[in-house]
Design a protein around this ligand. Sequence first.
Ligand code: FE2
Length: 227
Amino acid sequence: MLCVGIGFMPVAALVDYKLTMSLPPRTTADTGIDALTHAMEAYVSKKANAYSDSQAIAAIKLIGPNLRKVYNNGGDEKAREAMMLGSTLAGVAFSSASVALVHGMSRPIGAFFHVPHGLSNAMLLPSVTAFSISAAPARYADCARAMGIATDLDNNDEANQKLLIELRALNDELAVPTPQEFGIKRDEFFEVCHTMAEQALASGSPGNNPIEPSINEIITIYQGLWD
Ligand SMILES: [Fe+2]
């Protein structure tokens, strides 16, 4: 269930990286990949605009070089500060541009199998990016360059290849489990794939994706998490 309404709108937010210094590595990784996903999805979203683009790219520039650092050394204050600011800017970006297919598919995994939100995003980010990248190659290439894993010397195709490699490497290094490694039973997962795909579509988020997926394409991506 997504809780939406004026009552959930904060009057003020304390954005202070010092409050994150004791965050354990797993939660640091999951929330960090969630923030990266917010920024990337806002940037490739069909609702992206000049305002959200500037926040999204600024967020990716902060998160890309610092996500591994905060995971490997939670006491790195400079990296924690960059992640906090990046996360906040990514939130501003997706508040206006919305999120897309990763978030749409992620929420049902959380609801059915109690996978933390950022972790289910992390499980999906590489394969959903691979699915979507051909429809917005320039946008994804910008993400790769902002992350610092591609340069202006790379053309869009080269930058996109580097992005796909980086997202998988990031999951490996941040020890993101597969659904199986998380403890989900294959039979139970496959049994609800159709329902999860329906719920993903009903959320509206896949409609913002560079490629609007069919229900069968969503099911294929879910099932692909097991290969
Ligand atoms: Fe999220």
